[in-house]
Design a protein around this ligand. Structure first.
Ligand SMILES: [Mg+2]
Ligand SMILES: [Zn+2]
Length: 184
């Protein structure tokens, strides 16, 4: 740790960065960026944010696709983003199956802890951007702000919100989340 406080943002993958297919994204051919995502991530990169992808990929643990296939998708996504000037600082994936007991599957916070291990940052003013209740819960469990996007499961999630579980902001997509993140 250098003592320098970083600006950090946590972003879910499926339904936020890429189009949710209502099934697992098993290979790169199935991966489609959501509209405006390249510009959104570029703006965050340019503003100096450390961007961390935090994603549950239970399809690995459930035997639907391999961990190697998951990392292949990740690598090609990161390459494509890099071509657009986006730096992904890190990615944390939970590969445990849906019925496995682990300490990292969101809404648990182990993935977030691992992402920022050794990095000094201010939780106040840091956001988790996601499309599911488990994303909003994970952010709250970790003590950071939360932004719900309406892409992916977001519209469904919006209907499931309760008085006890409310994100700090609700926006149409990642691009619309950027002004809130930058203002933090
Ligand atoms: Mg998602
Ligand atoms: Zn896990």
């Amino acid at each position: 740790m250098t003592g320098k406080t970083r600006r950090v943002v946590f972003i879910d993958r499926d339904g936020v960065i890429n189009v949710d297919l209502w099934k697992y994204v098993e290979n790169w051919e199935e991966f489609r960026f959501e509209e405006g995502v390249l510009e959104a991530l570029k703006a965050l990169t340019d503003a100096g944010f450390d961007i961390f992808i935090v994603s549950n990929q239970a399809g690995v643990g459930d035997g639907i696709f391999s961990e190697a296939a998951m990392w292949d998708v990740h690598g090609k996504m990161a390459e494509e983003l890099a071509r657009h000037g986006v730096v992904i600082k890190g990615a944390q994936y939970c590969t445990h199956g849906k019925n496995e007991t682990c300490d990292c599957r969101k809404p648990k916070t182990k993935l977030l802890e691992r992402a920022v291990h050794g990095i000094a940052f201010d939780r106040k003013g840091t956001f988790f951007v996601g499309d599911k209740l488990s994303d909003i819960e994970a952010g709250k469990n970790f003590g950071v702000g939360t932004i719900l996007v309406r892409t992916g499961y977001g519209l469904k999630t919006e209907k499931q919100l309760t008085a006890a579980l409310q994100p700090d902001h609700i926006v149409n997509n990642l691009k619309d989340a950027v002004p809130h993140i930058l203002r933090s």
